[in-house]
Design a protein around this ligand. Structure first.
Ligand code: NAG
Ligand code: NAG
Ligand code: NAG
Ligand code: NAG
Ligand code: NAG
Length: 298
């Protein structure tokens, strides 16, 4: 088969398989956090590329392969979602490291923002970030990571127990780095006993480590082609749970693939408004899939 006809073929198959299993009403709030497009809690709500990424139990959680992280806030204007890992260290609590792992799709559609910094602490002298990958460490807004050993009660402990560090390292080695580094190397490879994450680092000039914002800010893409139109006509954006064909969920009398016929807009019916989204999502998923397949053979 000609290679780029596959997504087109998939879409044409999907177009024929409409509205089979529709979801219940879409919840628009979880705890005190508004849930809007492109997110959804229930299956069939929101954009299909964010399917199964959120869970609303006691609070809203962001689900990743390395665990469920509490969602602190979602900023729909900035298109960011802030999460917190309760098992990471901060300026006041010391906890052993574990990995932060996102799925392939997550690291493409909702990666950490560039001003989210991963702080690796108490690294061994053999750590790649002290040797071959030294260049992946940086300082931000006038802060160096050594500062955390003196200004945070938690990390001071690491310094005290590691008094063997003298020249050239008065403190146990540490590194400020970006998400790409932890994506590339697991915490075991990085060989640093603790880590924490800080976001909004561009605005932390002159701010002490105790007052930094600890957590991870994710920046998400919105596949908005057609959703605004659907909402303007009184619908809710969702998708068919079986085929992932994008749908405009209407209260009555029937659901549509385009709009709900309300407002001032006239329905042109029939047409799948979301083909560009679907195409992008399909290409993305295929890309990830093909990458997976090719890595099997390498
Ligand atoms: C979502 O939360 C509920 C309630 O805590 C839990 O039963 C369910 O397993 C969770 N789902 C996922 C996918 O983690
Ligand atoms: C700090 O790192 C060293 C290895 O470089 C390790 O032996 C030590 O246990 C670590 N300290 C803590 C408190 O985990
Ligand atoms: C960060 O700042 C410290 C202290 O000012 C300095 O010693 C260190 O070389 C700087 N590191 C980088 C990667 O710029
Ligand atoms: C339309 O979608 C809603 C919400 O998903 C569902 O409850 C309803 O049964 C659907 N209506 C029709 C006519 O398919
Ligand atoms: C519909 O038209 C009215 C008057 O022309 C306008 O005030 C209103 O904002 C429009 N509604 C939508 C959803 O476009």
């Amino acid at each position: 088969m000609h290679h780029f006809s596959l997504p087109i073929l998939l879409i044409s198959i999907l177009q024929w398989k409409l509205i089979s299993s529709l979801p219940a009403n879409c919840r628009n709030i979880c705890g005190n956090i508004d849930i809007k497009y492109p997110f959804g809690i229930e299956e069939g709500c929101g954009a299909p590329m964010y399917r199964k990424m959120l869970n609303c139990s006691t609070n809203l959680f962001f689900l990743t392969p390395s665990g469920n992280y509490k969602v602190q806030s979602i900023n729909y204007e900035k298109q960011t979602l802030t999460i917190y890992d309760p098992s990471m260290s901060t300026c006041t609590t010391l906890q052993p490291h574990h990995d932060f792992i996102m799925s392939e799709i997550q690291s493409v559609v909702i990666p950490p923002t560039p001003d989210t910094v991963f702080v690796l602490l108490n690294c061994s002298m053999d750590s790649p970030v002290l040797n071959h990958y030294k260049s992946l460490c940086f300082n931000f807004s006038g802060h160096s990571c050594d500062e955390l050993y003196s200004s945070c009660s938690s990390f001071r402990v690491l310094h005290l127990v590691s008094s063997r560090y003298t020249h050239p390292y008065p403190y146990p080695p540490c590194c400020f780095t970006g998400y790409d580094t932890v994506k590339l190397m697991s915490m075991n490879i990085l060989d640093c006993s603790h880590y924490t994450t800080v976001y909004n680092t561009d605005n932390l000039e002159g701010v002490g480590a105790l007052d930094w914002s600890y957590g991870i800010e994710l920046s998400y893409a919105v596949p908005n082609a057609g959703c605004r139109h659907c909402e303007q006509t009184g619908g809710t954006c969702g998708y068919d749970t079986e085929t992932e064909v994008v749908l405009c969920l209407c209260s009555a009398p029937m659901n549509s693939t385009r709009d709900c016929g309300g407002g001032n807009l006239t329905s042109r019916g029939g047409e799948i408004l979301a083909s560009p989204i679907l195409l992008r999502a399909t290409v993305l998923i295929l890309g990830v899939f093909l990458k997976g397949v090719s890595s099997l053979y390498n």
